[in-house]
Design a protein around this ligand. Structure first.
Ligand SMILES: Nc1ncnc2c1ncn2[C@@H]1O[C@H](COP(=O)(O)OP(=O)(O)OP(=O)(O)O)[C@@H](O)[C@H]1O
Length: 229
């Protein structure tokens, strides 16, 4: 796919160690502006796949390309910069710095991403917080003092700031009740539509599917291998 936000071709990866888990992805692409929900059971390899896409781990073979750049062609530092520039990541556990302010947490990826920093408008963090239903004045609060739902929204604001072309989200609704989930997804989709970003979300929850352009089962694009120690 020429106009792809993300492509994986003939990718193979295996975690080293006992009960090694491996996966291979023959051919997968996410178009620019497309939203895709990837469904898989717990332990099926969703987070492993996202780690490969984000360049947190590197494929044993094959090509993982983000915005047309093959991650394997980059050294570790350049890969980290590409991730900061191109990908807004919403981790399952949010990964906020608990002692830092909400503002510092939201602005953190911009430190390593000059082009994304340039795209950021003054007051964008405050506007994102307001759009995500966070109370005024929250920017100066310590992230560790917030409720789980608030932390989740801060993690989303951190992913969206500076309009990265690709948003990757690992089970971002798992800590929310049904009504809050719906509001949260509505806001996420609104922001993504406004910026034209692509969205790849992994989840075990099929009910989320109706909002997405495409819903794919992990087992349709990924083959997994598990070997005993
Ligand atoms: N850091 C790691 N080191 C070694 N093996 C790992 C590591 N992370 C995951 N694995 C292995 O990869 C397999 C798949 O785990 P992964 O977290 O990718 O699945 P998942 O679908 O995201 O699960 P969940 O929905 O429960 O988060 C696990 O069984 C585990 O053995």
């Amino acid at each position: 796919m020429q106009d792809a936000a993300l492509t994986l071709r003939d990718v193979g990866f295996r975690w080293p160690g006992r009960d090694a888990f491996g996966l291979s992805v023959p051919d997968f692409a996410l178009a620019r502006g497309e939203s895709l929900l990837l469904l898989g059971e717990s332990g099926s390899g969703k987070s492993t796949l996202l780690s490969l896409i984000c360049g947190i781990v590197t494929a044993d073979h094959g090509q993982v390309a983000v915005g047309g750049t093959d991650l394997a062609s980059l050294r570790a530092g350049a890969r980290d910069r590409l991730r900061a520039e191109q990908i807004g990541v919403i981790f399952q556990q949010f990964n906020l710095l608990p002692y830092a302010s909400v503002s510092d947490n939201i602005h953190l990826p911009l430190r390593f991403a000059p082009a994304r920093r340039k795209r950021t408008t003054p007051g964008e963090a405050a506007a994102l917080c307001a759009a995500l239903g966070l109370p005024a004045g929250i920017l100066s609060a310590r992230a560790g003092r917030l409720s789980v739902g608030q932390q989740q929204r801060v993690a989303v604001a951190r992913a969206l700031i500076g309009q990265p072309p690709l948003i990757v989200a690992d089970e971002p609704t798992s800590a929310l009740d049904a009504a809050t989930q719906d509001g949260f997804l509505g806001l996420l989709f609104e922001r993504i539509a406004a910026s034209g970003s692509s969205l790849l979300m992994v989840s075990h929850d099929e009910r989320l599917g109706r909002r997405f352009d495409r819903v794919v089962r992990l087992s349709d694009i990924v083959q997994t291998q598990r070997t005993a120690a």
